[in-house]
Design a protein around this ligand. Sequence first.
Ligand SMILES: [Zn+2]
Length: 210
Amino acid sequence: MSLKTSDVFATLNDPVALDMAFIVGPILVTGIGYRLVRDRIMDGSIVVVDGDPSSGLAFYDSTEDKLTTQAGNPPADLDQRGLLLHECTHALIDVCNMPRVTRHIDELTAYIAQHVYLVRSQPTWTVAPNNPPWKAFFQSIFDLIKRHDLHNSNFAMITTDELEPLRLQLAALPYVNYGTFRKESLSGSNGLKDFGTFGRMSRLLTSMMN
Ligand SMILES: [Zn+2]
């Protein structure tokens, strides 16, 4: 089966997520932003749908304002909630309507937030074995978090320049499409669509029934 809307809410209501506050390039990641995402799910603006029950991948589609959950048996464990928070970070960027954010910075911010959440939730967390480019990428994210003391404290400011080596690592990762975007390609985080009262109601029902 796939994870449920209740798992998304459990992640968004987690005090660890709500306590986050830091800046990545032009993006402000805060608990307030995650609250906005939760509220937009609750009013049907963002819909949460079941993903492929055999796929470990989750998605956020900023055109359709749709979060697709990954495979898993509720309640989601820490790693699974980390991935849901990654997708909720894409939603946060979309909710805040930041059309100038690039695809790569959007993605790196989601990975940073995911790993801040993992390390704060479990201080003994270390990078798991993985195929070499992915392990090296996750290690670089982890090192960046340590360098800014983000595992312990808030208000770090990570500049786009500082992210450049990580961006190059991201663009070179296998099995994903990050490399098909150029450095300047935009993320498409364009705010939420107006689906109208009935549209939102039907989307809310979809979220509630999955
Ligand atoms: Zn992502």
